[in-house]
Design a protein around this ligand. Structure first.
Ligand code: XIL
Length: 329
């Protein structure tokens, strides 16, 4: 038992992993053993669930939820409203023109109602709106068709529809670059304004797609503190530590270097120490995958490049990072 990650962390937070129908087979035993929370990596996104209007396709999302249920794992829902992986039909009429705001809200409501209702008994928390804040200086909300058609109001509408569909569900705003001060301040501004308008929002998701050097622990700490001060729960939703720095675009590395693995182990240790300090605010820590044989970072942002961001290696063996994270303090 003491060798199981989620059991070692049980007094601190849930430990989650993003999974998909392929990895629940190929990584089944690691998932069962070390994680007590699951997120569908892609299967609950708009384009997967409703590829064309009123044509709901739940098969692969169901596979993830059934696996979770059979193995007594809780599920975080990801995600209802996003600028990516959302089909174009959502924004257009039959002639190809942009629809009006009320039509968009009707489509949004129908989607949110249907998805939330299907998984009401299984999903306790939802990333309702994903990545709506802009990374650009001087720009608040990211340009998208949601914004073009409905203005910033699309964000509060999504939360309202989600709350009406399941008043018990914990509703999150989820984003990345959360530790970059300028982005963090915009996220704070957004969540603050939603709370002031009594929009039902209960948490902020910190994606935590980080690397071995950046962001600094100090910046991570500031993000946690400023979000926590808004009186919302925090979930770490997509943790991974790329072995490459932002400007490193090598594609020829076949194995991670020993130095990378040492640095990664130390970083993971420090990051978990920090999370533990804030255990009263952080309720869940989810990795965006399980073991190094499969990660979305294998082709992103540099095509054809392998990455090794997790606690388990390509053969599903624990890495140095795993043992460091498991240490008692
Ligand atoms: C990624 C998936 O991991 C990939 O398989 C897919 O091709 C693109 O999306 N932020 C998010 C996640 O909120 O949904 C993204 O997941 C990673 C970045």
């Amino acid at each position: 038992n003491q060798m199981q990650l989620y059991k070692v962390m049980k007094d601190y937070f849930k430990i989650g992993a993003a999974v998909n129908p392929m990895t629940i087979k190929s990584q089944e035993s690691l998932i069962k053993k070390h994680f007590n929370s699951l997120t569908a990596e892609n299967e609950m996104k708009f384009s997967h669930i409703q590829p064309s209007e009123t044509n709901f396709t739940f098969d692969s999302a169901d596979q993830v939820v059934t696996f979770a249920e059979q193995n007594k794992k809780v599920v975080r829902g990801h995600t209802l409203v996003w600028h990516n992986q959302t089909p174009d039909w959502v924004f257009h009429d039959k002639d190809g023109g942009l629809i009006d705001r009320d039509t968009l809200f009707n489509r949004m409501k129908n989607h949110i109602d249907t998805v939330i209702n299907r998984y009401k008994d299984n999903i306790y928390a939802w990333d309702v709106v994903n990545e709506a804040v802009s990374d650009k200086d001087g720009e608040f909300i990211r340009p998208s068709k949601w914004l073009d058609i409905a203005g910033e109001k699309f964000i509060e509408k999504a939360f309202q529809f989600a709350h009406e569909a399941d008043p018990k569900a914990k509703l999150f705003y989820n984003d990345y670059n959360e530790s970059v001060p300028s982005k963090r301040e915009k996220i704070v501004r957004l969540v603050k304004s939603l709370k002031e308008k009594d929009v039902p929002i209960h948490g902020i998701g910190l994606q935590a797609h980080w690397n071995l050097h950046s962001p600094s622990l100090e910046h991570i700490k500031r993000a946690i503190e400023s979000y926590a001060s808004l009186d919302v729960q925090l979930h770490i939703t997509e943790l991974d530590l790329s072995v490459f720095d932002h400007h490193d675009s090598r594609t020829d590395l076949k194995q991670p270097t020993e130095q990378m693995m040492q640095l990664q182990a130390e970083r993971y240790y420090q990051i978990f120490q920090l999370f533990k300090e804030y255990k009263d605010y952080i309720d869940s820590v989810t990795f965006w995958g399980v073991a190094d044989d499969y990660t979305w970072l294998d082709n992103f942002p540099v095509r054809g490049r392998k990455n090794w961001p997790f606690l388990f290696d390509t053969n599903h063996q624990p890495k140095q990072a795993f043992w460091r994270v498991m240490e008692k303090n």
